[in-house]
Design a protein around this ligand. Structure first.
Ligand code: FES
Length: 150
């Protein structure tokens, strides 16, 4: 099996995997980074969102063979202790209900706020619209993104 050299959260990792293994499985099953969640596996829900070279990306759709040399950031790499302003806002607003989708939500929000420091409500709604939440925490997500931006 081929070996791939990945850069994840600033560290190098060598992973032996079939070339079409989704990055999501490499993170969860090979590297035990289980903060990134499996929801649908077909790019529809956003639970598996990570950053690839700074952009929010669905890790279930990315083959490990296509992400060598790219900077991958997972929820574990956002901060060591939950102190990132987006994570702080999430806690203050008390966003999660079941919590399952929230890592993906936070990864989408952080990538968005890196690009847009002063977003309007409708820009926040647009940016977050690809991340599904079965508990419908959308209003709290919107408030937390606003709070993190302020
Ligand atoms: Fe990747 Fe749903 S698990 S988008």
């Amino acid at each position: 099996m081929p070996v791939y050299n990945l850069k994840i959260n600033g560290k190098s990792h060598s992973v032996e995997a079939d070339q079409d293994t989704p990055l999501l499985w490499v993170l969860r099953d090979h590297l035990n980074m289980v903060g990134t969640k499996f929801g649908c596996g077909i790019g529809q829900c956003g639970a598996c969102t990570v950053h690839v070279d700074g952009s929010a990306t669905r890790s279930c759709l990315l083959q490990v063979s296509n992400v060598e040399e790219m900077e991958i950031t997972t929820i574990e790499g956002i901060s060591e202790d939950g102190s990132h302003p987006v994570q702080q806002a999430w806690k203050e607003v008390d966003v999660p209900q079941c919590g399952y989708c929230q890592a993906g939500q936070i990864m989408s929000a952080t990538a968005f706020l890196n690009e847009n420091k002063n977003p309007s409500k409708s820009e926040i709604r647009d940016a977050m619209s690809g991340n599904i939440c079965r508990c419908a925490s959308y209003n709290r997500i919107e408030r937390a993104v606003e709070q993190a931006a302020s």
